[in-house]
Design a protein around this ligand. Structure first.
Ligand SMILES: *Cc1c(COP(=O)(O)O)cnc(C)c1O
Length: 363
């Protein structure tokens, strides 16, 4: 086994080693078929079983709530930014968006191209370093939905709870924290996530939606952009990204082995705590970017006293086998993405490195 990097990439990101090894073992000959899963028809029995298993596992992790459908789509979460308003923001309605940072703003930008929108809450004035309070939202009667971003991957914020939106469907972009913790799926009309952070490789986008939201799209919408097309064809209207879906199914098995969502949450909590404690105990050498109460357990953003020192940090870290610690180009600083598959040992190695670096530079 070759050496594995300490992988803190933001996405595509670390996958569980066990999953990669299992995929490797059946890469060339999937279950005695003499073919890779990539080489067979998506309409054949062998692939269809994987497809259905992945859908069933996802719903089962959320306790099998009634009336929800799992769709496997393409084009990433970014395509959902457009598909959501195209399908749901119909004549006479308006769509609410919570502005929490880079991804939320991209979602809103697409909705504005389609129809009427309003900003239901925003943390722009806090420079997106906290999430807004959603406990007293007033939504208009003609609201098509309320869109939130559960975890802002770039800024490093995360909602700890979600509002009760009554009859207005709550829709969440969960690209960077889906399956990282338990929550009540029935609070949501729809959740979606590009797979490449917490679910598997890039190439597939998971949408979990209440059936009525995906069963009748506006008449003039082209076939491929309609939720009803994908829902009524069980995400097999056109060729699905079969290998990515197979990998998602393997990641889901791995999540079950971790003790399901509560088991995963416990590990994530321990990992995040270790890293935030190291930041907070550094007497200001490392500075967390985000308000304590809004800190993400998936993307930990922090800074050093100067950009020069941050560059030094990244350079020294790279030499020690750490990958992906540079903050997003839009905000700078440092970011450690510690998704489900990043082992505690990687974070332990990182905090040891941070303490060593601190010791060297504070003299
Ligand atoms: C990465 C990310 C996206 C974009 O995903 P793509 O699959 O690249 O389109 C959207 N939203 C959030 C919260 C993300 O982290």
């Amino acid at each position: 086994m070759s050496k594995r990097a300490y992988n803190f990439n933001a996405g595509p990101a670390a996958l569980p080693l066990e999953v990669l090894e299992r995929a490797q073992a059946e890469f060339v000959d999937f279950k005695g078929t003499g073919m890779s899963i990539m080489e067979m028809s998506h309409r054949g029995k062998v692939y269809e079983e994987v497809h259905h298993e992945a859908q069933a596992r996802l719903l089962s992790l959320f306790g099998n709530p009634q009336g929800y459908k799992v769709l496997f789509l393409q084009g990433g979460a970014s395509t959902q930014f457009a598909m959501i308003p195209l399908n749901l923001l119909t004549e006479g309605k308006t769509a609410g968006y919570v502005r929490t940072g880079s991804w939320a703003n991209k979602a809103l930008k697409e909705a504005k191209l389609v129809g009427s929108t309003f900003v239901a809450a925003s943390s722009e004035e806090q420079k997106y370093m906290s999430v807004p309070d959603l406990s007293r939202l007033e939504l208009p009667d003609n609201a098509a939905y309320l869109h939130v971003t559960s975890n802002e991957t770039i800024e490093g914020t995360q909602f700890k709870s979600f509002p009760d939106t009554g009859k207005v469907p709550l829709i969440a972009d969960m690209s960077s924290d889906i399956l990282s913790r338990p929550f009540d799926l029935t609070q949501f009309g729809m959740i979606y996530a590009g797979a490449q952070k917490n679910l598997g490789p890039s190439g597939v986008t998971v949408v979990i939606a209440r059936e009525e939201l995906v069963s009748s799209s506006p008449e003039h919408l082209p076939t491929i952009f309609r939720y009803d097309t994908h829902a009524s064809n069980n995400s097999l209207y056109n060729t699905p990204p079969s290998f990515s879906i197979y990998m998602v199914n393997e990641v889901l098995k791995w999540i079950e082995e971790q003790g399901n969502l509560s088991g995963v949450q416990q590990k994530n909590h321990e990992k995040a705590q270790l890293l935030y404690d190291t930041i907070d105990d550094s007497e200001g050498f490392f500075r967390g970017c985000v308000d304590q109460a809004s800190r993400s357990e998936m993307n930990v953003t922090f800074r050093l006293a100067s950009e020069e020192l941050e560059k030094e940090f990244i350079k020294a870290a790279e030499q020690e086998g750490f990958v992906g610690l540079k903050g997003h180009r839009s905000v700078g600083g440092l970011r450690a993405s510690i998704y489900n598959a990043v082992p505690l040992a990687s974070i332990q190695a990182l905090v040891d490195f941070m303490k060593h670096f601190h010791g060297k530079y504070s003299k």
